[in-house]
Ligand binder design. Structure first.
Ligand SMILES: C[S@@+](CC[C@H](N)C(=O)[O-])C[C@H]1O[C@@H](n2cnc3c(N)ncnc32)[C@H](O)[C@@H]1O
Length: 197
């Protein structure tokens, strides 16, 4: 979907996603010392807004103007930016780079991961959560095109040279007017290695 299609989708509801953070982000990052964070494809900013409430200095980027203006209206503690992350470059480095439910075609995703890891400070964390490929057949909701879903071993393979903290398929309860059940998410956390010496 392009930015205008995402705008249309956001306009179709008051809130497309929950206002509370993703459960794995809340569980894994709630006790991490705050620093400078970057949320790529942040949508309405639920995760950035929550992290900012914990003291993180957050930058949230999304190419949907509708989503970004909504997020910005709900938080003055997050720097919201409208941009296509396939060719956007940040200034400085981050202690956390987050991508939640961003589904690009594999060459674009691999390229973005290759750039995003360079935006981490030494010891900084790349936190990835997205719809796993197995969700199409065995899960609930999410994109139905397997090509844009994530496969944990593929993603881990694209992060060679990083220290993998966690890589697994996790189950997330889903309850919407369209679906009730469990979604299967790919969760990958990787740390940028400290500079030797
Ligand atoms: C499923 S939503 C997830 C939003 C948010 N991460 C969350 O978990 O609430 C996917 C988001 O990716 C954004 N997106 C998709 N491709 C993008 C791109 N190339 N550049 C910036 N944002 C993009 C869409 O606008 C949409 O807001």
């Amino acid at each position: 979907m392009n930015a205008l299609e995402w705008d249309e989708r956001y306009r179709s509801a008051d809130h497309l996603w929950s206002v509370t953070p993703n459960l794995f982000i809340a569980d894994r990052l709630g006790t991490v010392s705050p620093g400078r964070g970057l949320d790529l494809a942040a949508g309405e900013g639920r995760n950035s807004i929550w992290l900012a409430s914990l003291g993180w200095e957050m930058t949230a980027v999304d190419f949907s103007e509708v989503a970004v203006s909504r997020g910005a209206a709900h938080s003055d503690g997050v720097d919201f930016i409208v941009a296509d992350i396939r060719d956007w470059e940040p200034e400085g480095v981050f202690d956390l780079v987050l991508m939640a439910y961003l589904h690009l075609v594999p060459p674009d995703f691999e390229k973005l991961l290759g750039r995003a890891r360079n935006w981490l400070a030494p010891g900084g964390e790349l936190f990835l959560i997205g719809h796993d490929v197995s969700n199409v057949t065995d899960g609930c909701g999410g994109p139905q095109d397997p090509e844009v879903t994530w496969d944990v071993p593929d993603v881990v393979g694209w992060l060679s040279g990083m220290s993998i903290i966690e890589s697994e398929v996790v189950r997330r309860p889903v309850e919407t007017e369209h679906a009730t059940g469990f979604a299967r998410d790919a969760l990958i956390r990787a740390r940028a290695l400290p500079v030797p010496g």
